[in-house]
Design a protein around this ligand. Structure first.
Ligand code: AMP
Length: 297
């Protein structure tokens, strides 16, 4: 596909987007694609940079997808900053920004949903039972619109990454999925659009998530292999900051199957979700990995 001649071309209509990107598959992975819900931050921009390593053109979508929010969740107050987002995209060299409205993604009569089975059951799926069906559905629509591409997703949402990988494989989407590292503030807080909800005092308490990951990883590195004791290390940090724990789980990094007894030496993922005030935050790390978790100096 030729480079999209107008940098920052806009497209709000699905059919026209498809026409505009038509043929992008011909040259293999000419298109890099970064789906987001906007309120962009440096973590999102790191995905753009990763997409650029794989593709000549990068498209980024901004869509606060209503079907992935449950009743009582933050759909209505989810941070929106279209002007700021577009400026960040322009500076990051995004070639095309796709900003559909909900009726374009879910036109009248829409009734198809996409879901995985076991992968969506644990972790965030337990407290957000409809969430991943909404995610799979919107990402399937976006993939169908984008056509062949390299799609970059953050490991910040590790369960989501695993589910999308599985969905793309199962449904034969012509999409290569790339997982990108968690982008953190210097002190370790994983960047998230929802961090905008936090007061200064809550932000300080939110550091308990990465502190808990660090404590468990230190214990793992010292040879601790009891899933329960590793989890307890993490929980202690969260409780010390009066965070309300949704889950602290240790799972197999490949298939998200929980470890309840002893954990192996490799492929061990610790994932956490907790409320700080009203804000639900998630974080994770591979205990046998070497990801920087901040605040280590
Ligand atoms: P969201 O806008 O929160 O739906 O996120 C859009 C994409 O950005 C998803 O693939 C997320 O995993 C990814 N993402 C969000 N925060 C981060 C982060 N701190 N580091 C890396 N990727 C992230």
């Amino acid at each position: 596909m030729d480079r999209i001649s107008e940098p920052q071309a806009f497209q709000r209509r699905c059919e026209e987007l498809r026409l505009q990107l038509g043929g992008s598959g011909a040259a293999g992975h000419a298109l890099g694609f970064v789906p987001t819900m906007g309120a962009l931050h440096a973590g999102h921009l790191s995905l753009v940079a990763e997409a650029k390593r794989h593709a000549r053109c990068v498209a980024l979508s901004i869509f606060v997808n209503p079907t992935q929010f449950g009743p009582g969740e933050d759909l209505d107050r989810y941070p929106r900053d279209m002007a700021g987002d577009l400026e960040l995209c322009r500076r990051a060299g995004v070639d095309l920004v796709f900003t559909p409205e909900a009726p374009s993604m879910y036109p009248p009569g829409d009734e198809t949903r996409v879901r995985t089975r076991t992968l969506a059951q644990g972790l965030c799926g337990r407290s957000r039972p409809e969430h991943f069906e909404g995610v799979c559905t919107v990402v399937a629509k976006l993939f169908a619109l984008a056509g062949p591409c390299v799609a970059v997703f953050g490991r910040k949402d590790y369960q989501q990454l695993k589910i999308i990988e599985r969905m793309a494989q199962d449904l034969w989407f012509p999409v290569k999925i790339v997982g990108a590292p968690i982008f953190r503030e210097l002190d370790g807080l994983a960047m998230s659009s929802r961090n905008r909800y936090l007061s200064a005092e809550e932000r300080a308490r939110a550091l308990s998530l990465c502190r808990g990951l660090r404590a468990a990883r230190d214990a793992f590195r010292s040879g601790e292999r009891s899933a329960e004791r590793l989890r307890a290390q993490c929980e202690e940090a969260l409780l010390a900051a009066s965070a309300r724990i949704d889950y602290v789980e240790i799972v197999d990094a490949r298939n998200l199957a929980p470890f309840t007894d002893q954990v192996p030496a490799q492929g061990v993922m610790l994932a956490v979700a907790a409320f700080v005030g009203k804000t639900r935050l998630i974080d994770n790390t591979q205990l046998d990995g070497d990801e920087a978790l901040g605040g280590e100096q």
